[in-house]
Design a protein around this ligand. Structure first.
Ligand code: SAM
Length: 240
């Protein structure tokens, strides 16, 4: 069974919980000459983040593993999936969760700009998903229709919220296009998006192709982050 931080209904860690996690900051990092304020904040956040601690304890490569766990707890898209594509898979947290939850019945093909250390049951490509060659390479690796396309891809952030939103939206559109080409009847598409006004057209398109389309921000997604997820279930192949 996958263990994860115990959260209260509001998504806050309890004062002291079964995982031994305590509420509030446990570590303070002092700024020092030569250390940027942003890196100090990052370090402090990491040290006080119960999901980072849990990922370390549970052997996940990234705290983001808990996002797919929480998304699946709500929407149960993993229970029937066999052929799975993981877009933006590095360092491999989502793939680890899928392999742990579904065991040998699944086959995962993942892709990322970054190299990913091997995992039994998964095949990884190191390349730009938006390149022409990526689609060809992925098609070659896929065996039959895909049951789940999941994308946690995020463009490198510029700090300018609107720019980041547009760049990530462009990745979502390419991922959606890929999902339409590869998903079998009833398949699922799960993708990271940023909250913002520009995705109305995408929602309209998604609703044409899937029986249900829902936004959900899992508790593991940091509250101050504009990131949220779209979960589209019940792909209608004949309508594409
Ligand atoms: N879900 C992953 C996990 O649990 O380990 C974390 C994914 S991380 C938040 C986002 C990833 O998207 C980064 O590793 C980044 O390299 C990847 N990415 C961004 N743009 C990409 C592109 N054009 N092609 C492939 N991967 C991309």
């Amino acid at each position: 069974m996958i263990k994860r931080p115990k959260l209260s209904r509001t998504g806050q860690t309890r004062k002291t919980n079964a995982s031994g996690l305590t509420r509030g900051e446990k570590f303070r990092v002092k700024t020092s000459r030569g250390r940027k304020i942003s890196s100090v904040r990052w370090l402090q956040r990491q040290l006080n983040d119960p999901y980072v601690e849990a990922a370390h304890r549970d052997g996940y490569r990234a705290r983001s593993a808990y996002k797919i766990i929480e998304l699946d707890e709500k929407f149960s898209f993993l229970k029937k999936a066999k052929n799975i594509v993981d877009l933006g898979a590095a360092p491999g947290g989502w793939t680890q969760v899928v392999l742990k939850k579904c065991g040998k019945r699944v086959r995962v093909v993942g892709i990322d700009l970054l190299e990913i250390a091997p995992l039994d049951g998964a095949t990884f490509l190191q390349m730009d998903f938006t390149s022409d060659e990526a689609e060809e390479e992925l098609f070659e690796l896929l065996e039959g229709p895909v049951d789940l396309v999941m994308s946690d891809m995020a463009a490198a952030t510029t700090g300018h919220q609107q720019t980041d939103h547009i760049r990530t939206l462009a990745l979502v559109e390419v991922a959606f296009d890929f999902a339409k080409k590869t998903l079998g009847e009833g398949g699922a598409f799960v993708t990271k998006v940023f909250r913002g006004g520009a995705d109305q057209q995408l929602l309209i398109e998604l609703r044409k192709c899937f029986k249900s389309v829902r936004h959900f921000k899992p508790p593991a997604s940091r509250q101050h982050s504009a990131e949220t997820y779209l979960v589209a279930l019940g792909f209608k192949k004949e309508d594409v």
